[in-house]
Ligand binder design. Sequence first.
Ligand code: NAD
Length: 483
Amino acid sequence: MTTHSPPVPCHLNLVDGRWVDGERRPNLNPARPGETVAEYAAADRAVVKEAVDAAGRARPGWASTPVGERMRLLDRIGATILRRVEELAVLLSREEGKLLAEARGEVTRAGQTFRYYAHQLLQPEGEIYASTRERASAEVRRRPLGVVGVITPWNYPWAIPAWKVAPALAYGNTVVLKPAELVTASAGEMARIITDAGVPPGVFNLVMGDGPTAGEELLTSDGIDGVSFTGGTATGRHVARRCVEYGNKRFQLEMGGKNPLVVLDDADLEVAVRCALDGGFFSTGQRCTASSRLVVQSGIHDRFVDALTKATRALRVGDPLDERSQLGPVASPDQLARNLEYVEIGRREGATAVAGGDHTAEEGQFMRPTLFVGARNDMRLAREEIFGPVSCVIKVDDFDEAVAVAGDTRYGLSSGIVTTSLSAAERFKRLSRSGIVTVNLPTAGTELHLPFGGTGESNHGPREQGAYARDFYTVPVTCYTGW
Ligand code: NAD
């Protein structure tokens, strides 16, 4: 008797309301090598061009669609995502390796984000000013930016596209989304939900494919007015150059991080360990806000290292669909190789791995969470973003040294402090150079109604999320009226 595996679904590009095929590529499960989760149709440059043209044609109609209608559609998209959380979370978990519980949280966040921006449209649209001229008035209105290219990374396949696409559509823009190659199944499902909600053809388009082809076509196209990008700093720099060279497009970049968590002598040890464990290792360390540098004062250093080493070794690495797992696989073979290379770099630089530092014996792209002690802030281990479950402890003498070490980075996304001193917490909030500061909480973890973004090489352009998102997706128009 022959057995048949169920057919693997294939996600197609969405262009002007039509599903467009392309070269079929597999989307593999990082926890089970050889298991194809889905296939996707890669878009070549011609398909991307068609999508941009379609978004351009749809733009005037969507910009003049009544706000009530845009609200209704966004609300419907959010409601559908929320209704399908379980099924979409399993897919996300299988294609990216995120723990099922984390995947449920992420998909839920995406649904809530669409609903949030539906309701943001009821906020005031502009301001009225007195004019200094006689018999005249002045007002500032907002108009949509136009056609927006959205380029996203693989680590949050639902949350990040949602926090870009939802405000873009809400404020009257049309969109071409290019998701990361590793997570096209989630993007394909999002596109299906947006279309089924009744969003008109051309308003939202999806093109899947690699950066140098599909992404590059978006960056160099005359038909794109702005690019919202999240990904690595090197790619972000390239996006910036292209946007300036090709039509001076508006651009917004959210990039890497090397985020510090400061632990002071007066910290609650349990809170400190919890923050370090969550910030450093949860989501397999694949968060731009991960705390990969633990800046620890000398008085608590040894107790903290002992407790964190035990807790790190106890973390259960395993199948993300198994509710007992606490850490899933690394998302890709390339990322795993990079993580292991940095472990070697750390060792060569003289730091000591007291937990992890290797592959697990299991099949799949699994890696044990790795904790280094004896690191210095000038080591590559402490300066370069790894984007894996690797943290290092840097010992400091006092608060001032901790602040100096925490701020000594070219990045500036998030930073945290664990302390029971109100005064130290307040001073840290004022002195920190990052865009997000946490006290007695992990450096990772954001809320959708609050602005998100960094400084230095972590960010360029206006903040994302919350009401601040409007600044990127709209153009202020100053109107003078004489009467
Ligand atoms: P990446 O820079 O490799 O890719 C990001 C996106 O850019 C992908 O869709 C990719 O296809 C596209 N791309 C690549 N080359 C391109 C080109 N030449 N033209 C146009 N597009 C191109 O990043 P990644 O590996 O997907 O994600 C990991 C990185 O993302 C990490 O550095 C992480 O810190 C960062 N990240 C930042 C935030 C944030 O909000 N600051 C959030 C999540 C991830």
